[in-house]
Design a protein around this ligand. Structure first.
Ligand SMILES: Cc1ncc(C[n+]2csc(CCOP(=O)(O)OP(=O)(O)O)c2C)c(N)n1
Length: 680
């Protein structure tokens, strides 16, 4: 059993007697953790047992929260980045009196239907600010929470927005690469309201940290622009003093809390302490060492009332805040309510419709990334809650509209963020902004770097938050940058993710419709797949209705008897239209279906889907990506195996001009027409 090398002996009885009141409150967390993990026969005991003192002082003396009003916009946010230690959070929520975190929930830790999932899941219970478990995400979300606070404080004033973000991170969180992206961003932006508590216990699953790392974390944070305070994480006075200093600092602060994993248990300071401690004798011995003489899941009334008093501490703060809000101008009150409810103003649809009308008349031939910029130009001014950005590709992603100034230390009102070359950190921080509330973030990169942002994109979908990922340069159509930059499998990756809308608009009209849906979404993240290369306007007849909302629709009907249906997305819709010309010229009636969003088409009722994809005609799908997933539309939905085929990519791309690549890879109108004729 690997031992922590720098493990000092701990005199539990000295800790107990030095601060008896504090000790029993922290012991309640430790006891609940031991009982819940023993009942579930699984879970992580050591982290909550090690960080119980830090968490107790934080909740007792510093955290601004009100269990009766868990959605209070001006509460401090507490993020358990080390999500495996979920019992720490559940115990805190239960003890401080969050209504939905009953003792029954704790008893049912990790069981079907319980709010107490293995790792904290956003939406399961109030007080869980974000889903954590994939290490490094929470600390990176926290950066977005802190940016959201800065932005909203600048917008609404310190009387209404004035809070801190606290995150507990372990060695694992700090080893994950994304943590450096987060730390770099927080340091650069001087996010002084962000306080990270590092559980410095020197233990991970395989053993001691030095098996895999020798980073000087203190130097690392300081080098990234943070203040660092080092303390004994079991000394309540030191914890309190460090938190006070951190709150006063002009910089983000990391408090390095030297702790003992599984404090007081036979497995203390060992990697065994990281996991599920279920041995009944050892459990009893640990409780005896704590001086905890109560049965499983039993909290003595004096300890419970002490914790409830901590939970009640924030009522007055909440009431005072409500009074201040009530005294604000009605329009300001309504605006705060609106943005936190994720409602969009009616003006959004009006602006989208006006743009659609204009471009369907003018018919510009532009890249859809440019179309996207045209949309943002008209929409951002009426959506003050948007924050845009790019991972160092602003000019390529076209994500900045003219009204957006740059978010910076001296311009917190800025709504455009230069994320640097940090796709993962950007995506995770954007999730944090949505979760904070009051912000609708979107951020851009090249579509092939979906891979770099992917863990956070998945969590947006899992958490049901409407983050918008702007993915430009979405195929071989980007040309000379070559196969490293040409996504082929990324549409399939995002489409395979539940609760994600993948939009691949064919022109400016569809791009406007996609943005309207993305910005109106309450629970679904969006991926906008946009071209580098110019495409024609195909929707020349103005329709006020948002056709993209149906996922797929008939763009061009067959003339004469309908013998073929061409299905296409994005830049390949124009190729399908050209193929239709060829086929119609030979008397083959051909319908073109534009499919900007598969997921929304799947949601349509059967009769609509039948109208768009009737049985009978041959079907050819055209997309400059891999085939994966397309068989659903070719062979399913009344299609037949011998009557369906695909034109697209079968391997990685190549470096050459876009037109050459389309020709060489056979994604042409002629190839589409030939496939149709071969099946007739
Ligand atoms: C991205 C990711 N990789 C791996 C894991 C599996 N895992 C869970 S906890 C853990 C070790 C974390 O060590 P540390 O943060 O020091 O936690 P402690 O041992 O102090 O509880 C690992 C590897 C994970 N949850 N997330």
């Amino acid at each position: 059993m690997p031992f922590s090398k720098d493990a000092r002996p701990v005199d539990i009885s000295a800790l107990r007697t030095a601060n008896p009141d504090h000790w029993m409150k922290a012991a309640a967390i430790r006891a609940l953790t031991l009982d819940a993990v023993a009942a579930a026969k699984s879970g992580h005991s050591g982290m909550p047992m090690g960080m119980a003192d830090v968490a107790t002082v934080l909740f007792e003396k510093h955290l601004k929260f009100d269990p009766r009003n868990p959605d209070w916009p001006d509460r401090d946010r507490f993020i358990l980045s080390a999500g495996h230690g979920s019992m720490l959070l559940y115990a805190l929520l239960h003890l401080t009196g969050y209504q939905d975190m009953t003792i029954e929930e704790i008893r049912n830790f990790r069981q079907w239907g319980a709010k107490t999932a293995g790792h904290p899941e956003y939406g399961h219970a109030k007080g869980i600010e974000t889903t954590t478990g994939p290490l490094g995400q929470g600390i990176s979300n926290a950066v977005g929470f802190a940016m959201a606070e800065e932005s909203l404080r600048a917008r609404f004033g310190v009387r209404l927005m004035d809070h801190y973000t606290y995150a507990i991170a372990g060695d694992g969180c700090l080893m994950e690469g994304v943590s450096q992206e987060a730390i770099g961003l927080a340091g650069r932006h001087q996010l002084s309201r962000l306080i990270v508590l590092w559980d410095n216990n020197n233990i991970t699953i395989d053993g001691t940290v030095d098996l895999a790392d020798r980073t000087d974390q203190v130097a690392r944070f300081r080098a990234s622009g943070w203040e660092v305070i080092e303390i004994d994480g079991h000394d309540p006075a030191a914890i309190d003093a460090a938190l006070t200093a951190a709150r006063a600092s002009d910089l983000p602060t990391m408090i390095a809390c030297k702790t003992h994993i599984a404090l007081g248990h036979a497995a203390q300071d060992t990697s065994k302490g990281h996991g599920a401690l279920t041995d009944p004798d050892q459990l009893a011995a640990a409780k005896a060492a704590y001086g905890w003489e109560h049965g499983p899941f039993e909290i003595p009334s004096d300890v419970k009332s002490a914790w409830e008093a901590i939970g009640a501490r924030g009522h007055a703060d909440f009431d005072a805040w409500s009074t201040r809000l009530g005294a604000a101008a009605p329009a300001r009150q309504a605006e705060i309510a609106r943005i936190f409810a994720r409602d969009v103003p009616a003006k959004l649809s009006a602006r989208i419709r006006a743009l659609k009308k204009q471009v369907s008349e003018e018919g510009p031939k532009v890249a859809t990334r440019k179309s996207s910029e045209m949309v943002l130009e008209v929409v951002n001014p009426v959506l003050p809650e948007t924050i845009g950005g790019s991972a160092d590709l602003s000019g390529s992603n076209n994500t900045r509209s003219g009204d957006m100034s740059v978010f910076d230390v001296d311009n917190r009102k800025g709504r455009y963020i230069h994320w640097g070359i940090r796709e993962h950190g950007m995506a995770a921080a954007m999730n944090g902004m949505v979760l904070h509330g009051g912000i609708r973030p979107y951020g851009g990169t090249f579509m092939c770097f979906t891979d770099y942002a992917r863990p956070a994109m998945r969590l947006a979908a899992l958490m049901k938050v409407p983050t918008v990922f702007v993915m430009t340069h979405d195929s071989i159509g980007l040309g000379e940058d070559g196969p490293t930059h040409q996504p082929v499998e990324h549409l399939a990756i995002s489409r395979a993710t539940p609760n994600t809308w993948v939009f691949r608009p064919c022109d400016t009209v569809e791009t406007a419709e996609a943005w309207e849906l993305a910005f109106s979404s309450r629970e679904t993240p969006s991926v906008l797949s946009l071209t580098r290369q110019n495409v024609p306007t195909l929707r020349r007849e103005h329709k006020a209705k948002n056709l993209t909302a149906q996922g797929a629709y008939v763009l061009a009907e067959a003339e004469g008897k309908r013998r073929a249906i061409l299905l296409a997305t994005g830049s390949e819709v124009a190729i399908a239209m050209a193929a239709r010309e060829l086929l119609q010229a030979e008397g083959i009636g051909t319908r073109v279906v534009s499919m900007p969003c598969w997921e929304l088409f799947e949601e349509q009722d059967d009769s609509y889907r039948r109208r768009v994809l009737p049985a009978g005609p041959v079907r050819v799908a055209v997309e400059a990506g891999i085939r994966f997933g397309w068989d659903r539309w070719l062979y399913g939905e009344r299609g037949r195996r011998e009557k369906g085929d695909f034109v697209g990519m079968h391997d990685f791309g190549a470096s050459a001009p876009a037109e050459v690549l389309y020709e060489k890879f056979g994604i042409t109108a002629e190839a589409v027409a030939a496939k149709v004729k071969a099946m007739l």
